[in-house]
Design a protein around this ligand. Sequence first.
Ligand SMILES: Cc1cc2nc3c(=O)[nH]c(=O)nc-3n(C[C@H](O)[C@H](O)[C@H](O)COP(=O)(O)O)c2cc1C
Length: 416
Amino acid sequence: MVDVAVELAGVFFKNPVLSAASELVFDGPSAKKMVKAGVGGIVTKTFTTSPEFRIRLRPYQFPLARFDSALKKSGSFHSLASPHVQKMNLVMGENIPEMAHICKDNKIPLIVSFYERPHDLTSWKRVAKGFERAGAEMLELNFSSPTMKGELEKSLGSSFKIIESIEKFSHIPFGIKISPMMEPLIDAVKGWKERGISFITAHNAPSGIYIDVEAEVPHGAPAIGGYLIGRPFLPISLARVVQILKTIEIPVVGVGGIFTGKDALQYLLCGSSLVQVATAAYIEGTGVFKKINQEIIFWMRRKRYSSISEFRGKVLQKIVPSAELKMKERFPYALPPESPYIPKIDHRRCIICQTCCRSCFYEVLHLKKGKIGVEKDRCWSCGLCVGICPEKAITLVDKKTGKIIWKGHGLALPFS
Ligand SMILES: Cc1cc2nc3c(=O)[nH]c(=O)nc-3n(C[C@H](O)[C@H](O)[C@H](O)COP(=O)(O)O)c2cc1C
C-alpha cells in the first residue's frame, strides 16, 4: 500500500500536490473544481485590502506558445495578473467561508494567500484574523509581490514586524511565499523562522518580458510581467529550495515548473514537504493534478516506498557546495592531452547523426570512414557529448583504466 498523505505544522494533506496561488482558486466554484481535480490542498489567489494593488489590467494573460515549439513545450506565458480584484469584505464574508466549507467537506486544507501594505501592521493583523475566523486552516503571506519584494530589499525589518504581530494574533499556522530573487535569502529565512513562521513557500516565478520581433513590440502588454519561465523554472527554484534546506530546518513547500510526477519528486527528494502547481494547470488543464499524483504513486510502488517520509530529503544529503567538490578534484589544472577522461562510442548504438560532432567545440569527435572517431588528445573530459547523444551511444571513460566515469544519467563516478 502506498500512502501519499503529508502532515505540515499539524495540518493534514491527503496528498502532497497543492494548487498554487493563482486564478485557479478564488471562490467556491473554483475551489470545487480543484477538489474534483484531486489536489491535496488549496492555496487561494492572493487577496489584499489595498485598492492600488487590486487594479487588474485587461487583457492580462499572454501565452507564448505561438512563438516557437520550445516555448510551447515549456508552458511559458507572460502574465500581468495582479492580486484578486474583489473587495476584502466580499472575499472575507462570502468567498472564504464558501471555500472553507467545500474544503472541510472534502477534508482538504484551505490556505489563504494575502498581503497588505508593508508598514500597515494593523491591516496585516486584522486580515489574518479575519481569514482565520472565516475558515482558513493556514495562511500564506505573499512576500513575493513586487511591492513586498522591494520593501524586503530595503530592509528585513518590516517583514519581521509583520510576522511578529501575526504570530501574536493568529491561532493557525502561517508561512511566507518568496520570490526566487529574494536576498539575503538565508538571513531572511532564519529571521522569519525565529519569529514564528511554520513554512516557506518557494517560489513565485520571476518577472520577464517577451518581444514580438515580427510586430516589433512587446508581446501582449508593454510592461514587465510575471510567470514567464514555465517548466525551465524548476532547476532555478529547486536550487534555492536546496540552499534553504541545507542551512535551515524549516518545512518548505516547493513551487516552480512542476508538470509531471518526476518534477514533483525532485522537490520531495530534496526535502520539500509539499509541492504546488500553477502554470501546468493553465497549460494542460486541471487533470494535471491527478496525473502528477498518479505518477508519484507509480514511482513509489516501483521503488517499494510506502510513505513519502521514507524518501523525503534523501537526495539533499548528497548535495554539497561546488567549492567542496573543487577541493577534492584530482585533476584541477589538467589540459589536453593530459585530461583524464575521454568519450567512448558504442558503434552498435551510434546512428551517425553527428550531434556530438556539431556540439564539441574542442573538435574531438569527427566522422571518419563512415564512423564517429575520437581525437583523444583534444578532449577536455567535459561530458557534453555523453549527455547530448540522442542514442545514449557515448560514455565517458577513464583514459588509463577504461572504467566508466559517466553514462549520461545519475552521478558521475568522481562525485559519487
Ligand atoms: C496566472 C498566474 C497567476 C498567479 N498569481 C499568483 C498570486 O496571486 N499569488 C502568488 O503568490 N503567486 C501567484 N502566481 C505564482 C504561482 O503561484 C507560482 O508560484 C509560480 O507560477 C511558479 O509555479 P508554476 O511554475 O507551477 O507556475 C501566479 C502564477 C500564474 C501563472
